[in-house]
Design a protein around this ligand. Structure first.
Ligand code: DC
Length: 670
């Protein structure tokens, strides 16, 4: 996951390949609650692991459910519809998860017990009054702790004998379908007799109600439905665990990859994008996004649990759509509209205004930053396509809304080849923590950005490069470690750094079974991180690095580190030989006296005794050797920027490099 302040997506050219998507959020949180209310144990496969499901799991754990997670399966031992009696008031924090707040409010007000439900500030702006009204009508005890109509809430124990079950329970259906879902999931707790729910107003987002009914049926509860106005929970309903249940991949998450297939897979006949884990048999309403994508020109094939998407027509065809049935996935259409042959209109989407953020305003604001003309109203948005000359490099605000972040990544395929900066990219963790990694696994860039940091030994380039990489969310290449590993492999093969062994050492170097994970260097699976850091290994590295065939053998290996979204590479010839086209090259220096002092401190802290004078003369001798040697001498690239860090702290050096990087980017400060 990207935990950086921003993520720069370079201009992307095309996409192809296969993606597996995380589990559906809507199914995951419903199944978790149903399994918790049922008796017995339910094994859930492929559950979504994200912020919203973690919030639900924490709440269920606090309520006393047994929860065992192992890999992608999770076992829940339910409460059998009953809470352990006499517990103290239980505070539950539900983040910004509407799929936890609404159903838990209904279930907890019928379970008995005292609770306080709260969330992040935005959660306290998302309406819940219509659900609370329906529950109080029935006899539940719920108070507002802040603004009436909104969380946080206080729930007090209910008197089941006094519940008004004879009259139909009336609930509004035109603000959020989650109110009805919450009642449907929870009311079986009170089904001494038939319970009738009547929907007031036109029900929105009907497909989400279908998911609810489908999953209730899997847990043994058959709700009778008359149109979309009346639902009856039969007397005697009780939750029974299905034993095992599989969660489909998230159809809303699939929308980004369906869009990718439609805009980025090039001409007919190409492979396109294959999506595994969700397909034509899906019970999720957002699977209907494929109809809208087809209408815009995508070619979509499907099987029971897979989709295959290719570019069909180009530019895409503009669309005018009532998107009420696919409110979440329709945001993706708003970005696809930039690539269409005329203005596209999405109607009947008032619910966008009460989601993670006001999504109509958010989409309109950010699409305008890209250069687009956008009109919007209380319940619609109209997006005009962008001509090649009108695209602008934009810094996209994401409003802590995962879908805004994911949608706008699709703007990186623009024909003007401008990059897109996504602020706070970690907000995708709400439903799809590895979204960007998944996108990058199938996307091809026009050019992947590289920052090179060269400089003499002990200048601090390793520390600087690793930190700059971390702050930008880029990959990091410590090229010295490749020479060190080659030296180690040479020793282990019984060779020495003689010119007569050059070809053999080069052969070893070109086939190093090397992996970098979690800061460790693995050679054929063995952790050699410490072995390559010894003085002797440094000497071997220095010797093998003077063999031209070895340098040539390591060239391609080093270039393979250049992967999306970008690379920071450190080492003596990064800017001159390996990545001569790098957009920023830094040549880091510090006086020999300063470097000797830093190394002295390092060695002392390791308990190695030495003198400053001898270190300094060693360094000076090494500098002279390094810059005069015939193979790969240490010299700055002609276009390198020099940074003398003798008087700078590490933070100041990092700031300088980041400022230079910002200067070579086209983004204006947002
Ligand atoms: O940076 P380091 O100490 O880990 O480098 C080990 C040796 O490899 C050192 O002698 C310099 C050499 N080297 C090189 O020749 N070219 C590089 N790109 C990186 C390191």
């Amino acid at each position: 996951m990207f935990s950086t302040a921003f993520l720069d997506i370079p201009p992307l050219a095309s996409a192809s390949g296969t993606v597996r998507l995380p589990g559906s959020k809507s199914i995951s949180n419903r199944v978790l609650l149903l399994a918790a209310l049922a008796s017995g144990t339910t094994t859930i496969h492929d559950l979504l692991d994200s912020d919203d499901t973690r919030v639900m799991l924490d709440a269920l754990r606090a309520l006393g459910c047994g929860i065992d997670a192992a890999g992608s399966t999770l076992r829940i031992t339910g409460m059998g519809g009953q809470l352990k009696p006499g517990g103290p008031l239980l505070p539950l924090f539900l983040g910004n998860a509407g799929t936890a707040m609404r159903p838990l409010t209904a279930a907890l007000s019928l379970l008995g017990g005292e609770f306080e439900l709260s969330g992040v500030p935005r959660m306290h702006e998302r309406p819940i009054g219509d659900l609370v009204d329906a529950l109080t009508q029935l006899g539940c005890q719920i108070d507002y702790l802040g603004n009436p109509g909104y969380p946080p809430l206080r729930i007090r124990p209910v008197d089941h004998g006094a519940l008004a079950l004879d009259a139909p329970i009336r609930v509004r259906g035109d603000v959020s379908s989650q109110f009805l879902t919450a009642l449907l999931l929870a009311l079986p707790l009170a089904a001494r007799k038939d319970i009738v729910i009547e929907v007031v107003g036109e029900l929105i987002s009907k497909p989400y109600i279908e998911i609810t009914l489908n999953l209730l049926a899997r847990f043994g509860i058959s709700v009778r439905r008359d149109g979309w106005e009346r639902f009856t929970i039969p007397a005697g309903s009780s939750y029974s665990s299905p034993g095992d249940i599989h969660v489909e991949a998230d159809a809303s998450s699939a929308s980004y990859f369906i869009a990718l297939g439609a805009i980025a897979t090039g001409a007919r006949g190409q492979k396109g994008i294959r999506i595994e884990g969700v397909g034509a048999d899906s019970i999720q309403g957002d699977i209907r996004f494929i109809d809208a994508a087809r209408q815009m020109g995508a070619e979509v094939d499907s099987g029971p649990n897979w989709l295959q998407v290719r570019l069909g027509v180009w530019p895409l065809k503009a669309i005018d759509l009532d998107a009420n049935h696919i409110p979440d996935a329709a945001m993706t259409l708003a970005v696809m509209a930039l690539y269409a042959d005329g203005p596209s209109t999405l109607r009947n989407i008032a619910s966008w205004r009460v989601k993670e953020t006001d999504r109509i305003d958010a989409m309109a604001n950010e699409l305008r930053k890209l250069g687009a003309t956008v009109e919007s109203g209380p319940d619609f948005i109209r997006v005009h396509p962008l001509a090649q000359a009108d695209w602008r490099p934009a810094t996209i605000r994401t409003y802590d809304d995962h879908r805004v972040a994911m949608c706008f990544s699709l703007a990186a395929f623009n024909p003007a080849q401008v990059p897109v900066r996504i602020l706070e990219p970690h907000c995708v963790a709400k439903t799809f923590p590895d979204y960007f990694e998944t996108l990058f696994s199938v996307a091809e860039a026009h050019e992947i950005p590289v920052i090179c940091i060269d400089g003499p030994t002990a200048s601090g380039k390793g520390t600087l490069a690793a930190e700059v990489a971390r702050l930008l969310g880029y990959h990091y290449l410590d090229s010295g470690s490749l020479y060190r590993v080659t030296g180690l492999a040479m020793r282990r093969a019984g060779l020495s750094a003689d010119p007569q062994h050059e070809a053999q050492i080069a052969a070893l170097a070109s086939a190093l079974p090397l992996h970098f994970t979690e800061g460790k260097v693995l050679l054929a699976g063995e952790d050699v991180s410490d072995d390559i850091r010894t003085e002797a290994a440094g000497m071997d590295a220095s010797r093998v690095s003077t063999l031209p065939a070895v340098r040539a053998a390591l060239l391609a290996l080093q270039q393979r580190f250049r992967q999306l979204p970008g690379l920071v590479a450190d080492g003596r010839d990064m800017g001159t030989v390996i990545f001569p086209d790098a957009a920023l090259k830094v040549f880091l220096t510090a006086s020999a006296a300063q470097r000797a002092e830093r190394r002295h401190k390092q060695l002392i802290s390791k308990g190695i005794s030495t003198t400053l004078d001898s270190l300094r003369s060693d360094l000076e001798a090494r500098d002279a050797r390094d810059s005069s040697r015939s193979v790969a001498p240490l010299k700055p690239a002609q276009d390198a920027r020099h940074l003398d860090n003798s008087q700078l702290s590490i933070e100041q050096s990092i700031d300088q490099v980041l400022n230079w990087w910002q200067e070579v980017q086209p983004f204006k400060h947002a």
